[in-house]
Design a protein around this ligand. Sequence first.
Ligand code: SF4
Ligand code: SF4
Length: 181
Amino acid sequence: MLQRHAVVKVSEKTQFTCIRCGRCCISGPNVSLTAHDICRISKYLGVSWRELRGRYILAVVGDAYATPVLRSVGEGVCVFLKYDGGKPQCLIYEARPLRCILYPFIPTSPGRHSEMHVDTYCQGIGLGGEAEPGWSIFRQYSEELKYMYERIHSLVFNDGLEPLEALEKVIDEVCSQDEGR
Ligand code: SF4
Ligand code: SF4
């Protein structure tokens, strides 16, 4: 029997298939985001990322850093979850955050690339065929997170910005880089 957060290492597999129950989207806590996640979501929705602030995206400020997260409504229900004929549906599925793509696998640490937790709270664990974590998505997530926090660190400690200002500046930069491609 797996623990709630059993560990899966590279080359190991877990029996899992997503049954689209939506449980992972109603159980909070809020999904943490990279600046790149935010830019992908805003691009997908065809709005400026600043239009997502407050209504869809919040920042949790602690010490010198601000962490962007998806907003929940009610008791831990993701703001992008809707029900269509009783079936859960992600309104930004094609642009959903990397943490959502990875689930039910959860990084044990962003820098530890050889293992992930598997969340047995997921209804699809133990069903279907064998699956392994999305290791390449995990690496992408780690790189985006590292970039965001290194840039925030520099803006806070070298340029004297407040944590929230620094986070917003980094998101502006990443979104404008993406537009330039
Ligand atoms: S809890 Fe598991 S099975 Fe249900 S939607 Fe989420 S990933 Fe899929
Ligand atoms: S963004 Fe989509 S997949 Fe992620 S928690 Fe919200 S509804 Fe679920």
